[in-house]
Design a protein around this ligand. Sequence first.
Ligand code: HEC
Length: 144
Amino acid sequence: MKIVTLLGGSVLLAISFGSLAATDKALVPAQDALNILQPGEVSFKRDVQPILIDYCVSCHHPSPSSKGYAKSGLDLTSYESLMKGTKFGKVVIPGDSEASTFTKLLTGTNRGLKMPMGLNAGGTLDRQYILTLRKWVKQGAKNN
Ligand code: HEC
């Protein structure tokens, strides 16, 4: 009986993994992602900055060899530099994650751009991280 349940579970798991790989579900967050995301306020230092360090800073730190920084002027190494934006303007509009380029480029493309750059067309940042960044912007993009 136990073995049957176990087998059933792994078949279900395989099916859900299969469908995840087939389509890009990042625009419609799965329920599990919403549940795992901690309730309450997102913290820049605790939640947002580690994501930027892991996935963005390699190309967005102030150095001419840093591709994203060299091209756009966007430095993602601190709260202040993120809020300053690119040489063309701001990428975070506090309270509006739909209008903020910072979060828009994670799920959709703008002039063919998608971040982090280098992921293939179907790839995106982990949904948990996307939700965390969006929630932080929605909550006012505070230096908390
Ligand atoms: C592999 C390098 C690379 C990584 C990693 C990367 N970027 Fe970029 N990013 C770029 C480049 C190059 C540009 C300039 C693109 C252009 O203007 O043509 C850019 C530009 C941007 C812009 C400005 C777009 C605009 O409209 O001008 C934003 C916002 C951005 N990146 C956010 C991020 C975020 C957030 C992450 C991490 C989740 C990230 N990037 C990771 C290379 C990268």
